[in-house]
Design a protein around this ligand. Structure first.
Ligand code: ZN
Length: 209
């Protein structure tokens, strides 16, 4: 089994504006983000974590802010080629954990929407994506609402192992369901009211594919 871990941090300051982009989601705010791209700290920190796990340097050297073609680019367009590199190297996302640090805006209310979007960007199960948000208790530049920061830890696993563990999890979930239905069926059978036995046979499923 091949396994990698990466860590990424991104920080941007606020400027005049009315929204921020976080995890590809547009969030209304009293300020905008000062950045060459759309300044999405979540996607930038995930991209940096991913590059770290792959041993591929950092966001700045792949996408320098001196490149006029990248002006106002959506951060999704920056992460997609790195996700492609991940697949070329034979890795898939195992899980990722994101922590946004900001006094404002309130990120928690958007956490589910952000999770869904990141899961779709990675074509991954939403359960392996976690989004947290915290403040600095009004201390420092983030506490003074001068900007927003994000930390990400990512783990990657080789695609073959992930496929095997997914198949195992699927098999186990069928076994749990199978046992559950058997116990209900046995109980009901005592009352001679219902017979659910034989409706699911785990052997009908081929998990080797
Ligand atoms: Zn950034």
């Amino acid at each position: 089994m091949k396994f990698r871990i990466g860590h990424g941090i991104d920080v941007h300051s606020f400027k005049t504006g009315d929204h921020v982009m976080l995890g590809g989601i547009k969030i209304p705010h009293t300020h905008g983000i000062d950045a060459h791209s759309d300044g999405d700290v979540i996607l930038h920190s995930i991209t940096d974590a991913l590059l770290g796990a792959l041993g591929m340097g950092d966001l700045g050297n792949w996408f320098p802010d001196s490149n006029p073609e990248l002006k106002d680019i959506a951060s999704k367009d920056l992460i997609m080629p790195i996700i492609m590199s991940m697949r070329v190297k034979g890795f898939e996302l195992n899980n990722l954990d994101v922590t946004v640090v900001a006094q404002a805006p309130r990120v928690n209310v958007y956490a589910d929407e952000i999770r869904k979007n990141i899961a779709s960007i990675f074509s991954a199960n939403i359960e392996v994506i976690n989004i947290k948000a915290t403040t600095t208790e009004k201390m420092g530049y983030l506490g003074r609402k001068e900007g927003i920061a994000c930390h990400t830890v990512i783990s990657l696993i080789d695609a073959e192992t992930l496929k095997e563990s997914d198949a195992k999890a699927l098999k186990e979930s069928f076994e749990i369901k199978d046992k559950g239905i058997s116990s209900i069926a046995n109980k009901e059978d005592d009352d001679h009211t219902i017979d659910l036995t034989g409706e699911i046979d785990i052997r009908d499923f081929n998990f080797d594919d």
